[in-house]
Write a protein that binds this ligand. Structure first.
Ligand code: KPL
Length: 302
């Protein structure tokens, strides 16, 4: 996808733009739009037109300032909220908005890819544990999480806080990203395999699997810089699962919609780390194989 940069006929500069019109992107956009202008960049012009007609987010009908990739506005700051398979395209679009900075809030570890696509622009990756899911045209926010951003992005924290999100600057964003990876490693594949909302993962029988995944994951993530022992790691995962109890994890949503999942960007990335460290992680390996079996044979990043 070749993004078209903003032209002189379309000069309004949004304080914030979101690249990605999935459940989470629209959840963020709806709340931000209640307190100021926000642009949403959809995957194509047809989707943008549909969004401009309105979308239901929770109890609110929301007319989105939506744009396709060939009619881009300008923006001060850009948040990327697309699936990991679409990162490079999304980052190129984000850069074409001519912002002060591009912030990925995606799952997985996408920071290198985003930086590469953004060139000299300030670009980094924060984390969010906000949850939302989509049923047809209805987006349902499901459990307030928190959003942590690197120090250079305090302006984004201000915008998010004004919209009522729990957001803050996190000086050790590398550790925060590893903590989010831990959460995704345990919650996402199990939610997809057992087809349950996040809260059910803390109860038997799935709890056993959750504990096994955390037990294998924490030594690997610790060696990468996440200062958590086994019980703290488990408490972190259970805390997020309970805070987003009614949410369908994004991997479950992908499986139910017949889409490709983010298993390679989550468990695949983790298995590479474990391999480099020479640590055996058979349960994660099994989970990767099982989730791949649920995916459609052809790539489909819609
Ligand atoms: O990031 C998430 C996801 O679903 O991808 C969590 C935090 C697990 C919330 O569901």
């Amino acid at each position: 996808m070749n993004p078209a940069p903003a032209t002189a006929s379309h000069r309004f500069r949004y304080p914030l733009a979101i690249v990605g019109a999935g459940a989470l992107g629209l959840h963020f956009a709806a709340r931000l739009a209640a307190v100021g202008p926000v642009a949403v960049i959809a995957r194509n012009a047809e989707r943008a037109t549909a969004l401009r007609a309105g979308v239901q987010v929770g109890g609110m009908r929301f007319r989105v300032d939506a744009f396709g990739p060939h009619e881009l506005p300008l923006a001060e700051w850009v948040i990327i909220l697309v699936k990991t398979g679409d990162t490079a395209d999304a980052a190129r679009i984000a850069a074409a908005l001519q912002p002060k900075g591009v912030l990925s809030l995606q799952n997985g570890l996408t920071v290198d890819q985003v930086r590469e696509a953004c060139g000299p622009l300030r670009a980094d990756q924060g984390i969010t544990t906000e949850g939302a899911f989509r049923d047809g045209d209805l987006i349902t926010p499901s459990g307030a999480g928190e959003t942590l951003v690197p120090p250079d992005f305090s302006a984004v924290v201000e915008l998010l806080s004004k919209a009522g999100f729990v957001a803050r600057v996190e000086p050790d964003i590398v550790a925060a990203r590893l903590a989010k990876l831990l959460v995704n490693l345990a919650i996402n594949p199990l939610a997809a395999l057992f087809r349950v909302p996040n809260g059910a993962l803390c109860e038997p029988p799935v709890r056993l699997y959750l504990e096994a995944l955390v037990r294998e994951a924490w030594p690997v993530l610790r060696a990468e810089g996440l200062e958590l022992d086994e019980s703290a790691a488990l408490a972190r995962v259970v805390g997020v699962a309970q805070a987003t109890a009614d949410n369908r994890a994004s991997m479950l949503q992908d499986v139910l919609a017949g889409r490709r999942t983010e298993i390679d960007a989550i468990t695949g990335v983790f298995l590479d780390m474990a391999l480099k460290q020479g640590i055996d992680t058979p349960t994660h390996q099994a989970v990767l194989t099982l989730v791949r079996l649920l995916e459609p044979p052809q790539q489909d990043h819609t």
